[in-house]
Design a protein around this ligand. Structure first.
Ligand code: F6R
Length: 607
């Protein structure tokens, strides 16, 4: 996720583009830059850091001009530094482009361009855009961008300017958001409305595979064949605060709704045409992956729940023994680690001190270290032998939501990849699971759509003091995560248990007024989970069951939440979403600030 903004009109560019970018910082903030069309040249200024740092750098410089584009970055390819900051230019400096998304075939395009003599200066996928357009100097800019869109695969929201076109910005969209704003004799283009809301409320949403040529007087939209598409203009009713949250009441709710997109982004480019997992980015030798005889997965909090799920996935699919550890415990129990051990550290921030200390300890014993993180070039990424990035984009809400579901997806991709490399699973079964992973964005949007139903269910729960979340096997980490979400944002006692464990003691706590939530999706054990739940129902309490479409045996339940059918483990990604919504609605009913729960920090850098 990155933010792009473009402006064409009479006002000083810096005064429009910099505040516009600042409004998009929720989309990324590791580096930023502007490209301005100033008379006979394009001026590019960019640097690592936030928009305020860029503004400081530009304070004494001329930021006027005919038109300009800007970018705030959340790195996906290449470290977050000044060189990789956008805009990116061609060899001549005549073309500048900003991009949000991932160009999947960038390496191939780059190789071809280098073969034709182009020189690259960054490690980004985006730089191919400028060089491709450089080769089309005689082609109108909108047609050149259409051709780029035809040759690039993946997700692209682009804005491009060219020195020989002082009156036009050309933008394009596929799978990444793009909106155009129309003012009086001025036009805007951006990843999101807040970038221009203080200047105009007239907006045009750009659809996938559309190219829009923008002049100061208007916008012409075409499809990739160059046929004109009528623009549908709308008036924005939101105020700025609502617009920054995409119209949602909070960042957390927005981020819950962003999960289908975040999961699609995490899968993008990692499954090839023949239906195999492709994780070239890992750069770990297949021989090494075949030689591993033990895996440790280490993490904290929500990320630890992803580690729990990873244990089920890797053991079930590869038969390699997996141990999981809470990072703050790992070093102090003298774990047995050696060079044939793969240690996987999971941390959305990549900066959690407990996790870093644990993986450093393991690396010192000779283990191979794989980092799974959402932040490019974070400490975990830098210190690992290999990195698998989740691509959830920045998460503003303190409670992890989209970073968790993308961790689950990343770990499942990794499990299937290891199964492929080690030939530990029937190829047909691998293919089936991969197909089902690809269905997840649709399944998750279906579940996100049940928010109102879940809100209704939780209406009378604002005063409930005790919640239990139960599950077995792959459903157990889901239950643990459901309990953590409720604890941290609604401040209620919520316990996650392996469902079969209740009868060994905690069942004594079940009485009227307690809410028990059972997750029953894992084929091997769901009948057992339901019978554990029935035991609970007989002792009072309000029973909620999460089960897949077509399942029955839940007559004793007070509420049933139905999930789309899916294979074991993969289904856990959909199962966790109603529990995020449940926690959200309970906290909201209590009037709590879900984005900033008390006593918590988004990144915990103390032991
Ligand atoms: C809960 C939550 C925390 C984090 C934990 C680890 O919603 O966000 O439990 O999961 O502090 O953080 P990372 O993943 O950044 O290492």
């Amino acid at each position: 996720m990155c933010g792009i903004v473009g402006y064409i009109g009479p006002r000083p560019m810096g005064e429009i583009l910099l505040p516009g970018l600042a409004r998009l910082e929720y989309r990324g903030y590791d580096s930023a830059g502007l490209a301005l069309h100033q008379g006979d040249k394009l001026t590019v200024s960019k640097r690592a850091g936030r928009i305020a740092d860029l503004a400081e750098q530009l304070a004494d410089l001329d930021t006027g001009g005919h038109l300009g584009i800007g970018h705030t970055r959340w790195a996906t390819h290449g470290a977050p530094n000044g060189t990789n900051a956008h805009p990116h230019t061609d060899c001549t400096g005549d073309v500048a482009a900003v991009h949000n998304g991932i160009i999947e075939n960038w390496a191939e395009l780059k190789r071809e361009l280098i073969g034709r003599g182009h020189e690259f200066t960054s490690d980004t996928d985006t730089e191919v855009v400028g060089h491709l357009i450089e080769e089309m100097a005689d082609v109108p800019l909108d047609e050149a961008v259409r051709r780029v869109m035809q040759s690039a695969q993946g997700a692209l929201a682009l804005a491009v300017i060219r020195r020989s076109d002082p009156e036009m910005i050309v933008a394009a969209r596929r799978h990444s958001p793009l909106v155009v704003g129309r003012g009086e004799g001025e036009m805007f283009v951006a990843s999101d409305i807040p970038a221009f809301l203080e200047h105009t409320r007239n907006m045009i949403v750009i659809d996938d595979d559309r190219v829009v040529a923008i002049t100061a007087d208007g916008a012409t939209i075409t499809n990739l064949e160059g046929e004109e598409i009528p623009a549908v203009e709308r008036t924005i009713e939101w105020d700025l605060d609502a617009a920054e949250k995409g119209g949602y009441e909070s960042f957390m709710l927005k981020e819950i709704h962003e999960q289908p997109q975040a999961i699609a982004d995490t899968l993008r480019g990692r499954i090839d045409e023949s239906g195999r997992v492709r994780l070239h980015e890992l750069e770990l030798d297949d021989r090494l992956l075949r030689a591993i005889d033990k895996v440790f997965v280490i993490a904290c909090g929500t990320s630890y729940h992803a580690a729990m799920m990873a244990k089920y996935a890797i053991e079930r699919w590869t038969r390699i023994p997996v141990e999981i550890d809470i990072a703050s415990e790992f070093r102090y129990r003298d774990p047995v680690v050696d060079p044939r051990t793969l240690v996987i550290g999971i941390s959305q921030s990549g900066e959690t001190l407990d996790t870093l200390a644990a993986v450093r300890y393991a690396a010192a014993q000779g283990a191979t270290l794989l980092g799974v993180t959402n932040v490019v070039d974070s400490a975990l990424a830098r210190e690992s032998d290999a990195v698998l990035y989740t691509r959830a984009g920045p998460e503003i809400g303190v409670a992890a939501t989209k970073t968790f579901t993308t961790q689950l997806v990343a770990m499942q991709l990794l499990g299937l990849y290891l199964a492929q490399v080690r030939a530990s699973m029937d190829p047909g079964a691998i293919e089936y699971h991969i197909r089902q992973l690809n269905e997840l964005p649709v399944a998750v949007s279906q579940v996100v759509g049940s928010s109102d139903e879940i809100k209704k269910m939780t209406e009378r729960w604002a005063d409930v003091r005790d919640f239990f979340f139960l599950g077995r096997s792959g459903d157990f980490p889901v239950a643990m995560e459901g309990a953590l979400k409720l604890k941290e944002i609604a401040y209620v006692r919520a316990e996650g248990f392996a469902a079969g464990e209740m009868k060994h003691g905690p069942i004594a706590l079940i009485e009227d007024g307690v809410v028990v939530i059972g997750v029953a999706t894992d084929t091997h054990v769901k009948a057992k989970t339901l019978s554990n739940m029935a035991e609970m129902a007989a002792r009072g309490g309000e029973m909620v069951i999460l089960r897949e479409e077509g399942d029955d045996g839940t007559d004793f339940a007070d509420h049933v939440i139905t999930l789309p059918e899916g294979p074991d483990l993969i289904c856990t990604v959909t199962a966790v979403v109603p529990l995020q919504l449940l926690a959200y609605h309970v906290a909201n009913a209590k009037g709590l600030d879900v984005d900033k729960p008390r006593n918590l920090a988004k990144t915990v850098t103390v032991e």
